[in-house]
Design a binder for this molecule. Structure first.
Ligand SMILES: [Zn+2]
Length: 148
């Protein structure tokens, strides 16, 4: 009788331990993803916004009637207009390229001008829908850029 109780208790403890371990794994997974994205948002070198979108915005500016004003001396609103123009153009190119792939992936991802794509129903895609088609990384970079 006592042995049966010990066995039941042991099995209950094992189930509890397994559940706790599974929970710990899930927490580790979330933490490592959060760390990855935090690092990515911080990494100006690694993120295309710092290179492609900035270069495209400057090239766009060179073709405007305000091109005698150095890019960095533009008002914040005008700089953002150039960034948005660049994002729009690059995003449309990304969409065209996605359409031409053997497997049309336009309906699966939402593309930012920086080249990052987010699955349609993901948080990233939702963020872009709420922020004029700009991804979270670009929004963070853009925020930093406006404090230059
Ligand atoms: Zn982006």
């Amino acid at each position: 009788m006592g042995n049966q109780n010990d066995m039941d208790e042991l099995l209950a403890l094992r189930a509890e331990r397994d559940a706790a371990l599974a929970e710990l794994e899930a927490i580790k997974e979330v933490a490592s993803r959060a760390e990855y994205w935090k690092q990515r948002a911080k990494s100006a070198e690694g993120h295309l916004f710092a290179n492609d979108v900035r270069a495209a915005a400057r090239a766009l500016h060179a073709n405007t009637t305000q091109n005698e004003i150095p890019f960095d001396e533009l008002s914040e609103a005008d700089r953002h207009r150039r960034y948005r123009g660049a994002w729009t153009v690059i995003a449309s190119i990304n969409a065209e390229r996605a359409r031409r792939l053997p497997h049309d992936s336009r309906d699966e991802y939402v593309w930012c001008g920086c080249g990052d794509g987010y699955p349609v129903n993901s948080y990233g895609a939702g963020f872009m829908a709420a922020n004029s088609g700009v991804c979270e990384n670009c929004a963070a970079m853009s925020q930093e850029a406006s404090h230059d």
